[in-house]
Design a protein around this ligand. Sequence first.
Ligand code: 0O2
Length: 201
Amino acid sequence: MSIYGEYEETLQKVMEDIETRLQNYQKLVQFETGDNAYEHLLARVKTDESMREKCRRKGLPENEKSALVDLTDAIGIRIVCSFVDDVYNIVEHIRTFSNCEIVEEKDYIRHAKPNGYRSYHVILAVHTQEKDVLGRVPGIYYVELQIRTIAMDTWAALEHKMKYKKDIPNQDILVAELKRVADELASCDLSMQTIRELINS
Ligand code: 0O2
């Protein structure tokens, strides 16, 4: 039995609902401006194995409540944009979603993590017709959205790989080097944004 139990099907539905709303926003922006709101998005329900591993890592029992209430990233959506402004525009659009409220947000773009990680994180509470694990109707299901630029996304993917390779020699140098690259990419993102503004003005 999956850690999500009888709620697995609803998770899938909630994910598809939010994904569709984002795709509709993409269509609207394309129609109105001829530009993309974002380049691509990736939506997934965290696998049973990853969710169990996360529960263990956080010292939580491996059950439905931990997976659906104590942890809020069973549904994850990553939105990758060309420009930094697009990230903030999407966040503002997410604020307008009906039957949803933002319960947490972290701006790791204005306030990068010490290792150089940059991204905008939003935890969305989605109110649905379905029952949730606490017996509430409408039930509340959480979605973690990570919104970032292509440059930030490339960096995060590489850094993520490094985390799992503990036996790399000269870790300290690599960590410092990755931080330097993250800062350079942030500077490139700003330049790209300025160039776009000049083209559009
Ligand atoms: P996974 O396997 O991707 O799901 P905390 O547990 O306190 O460190 P918190 O408060 O749960 O973090 O959330 P935060 O900081 O918003 O991070 C949530 C997710 O963002 C992480 O999920 C990662 O996917 C991503 N993330 C955060 N920091 C980094 C980073 O430094 N590098 C990379 N590559 N990704 C990061 P999980 O559950 O840690 O991992």
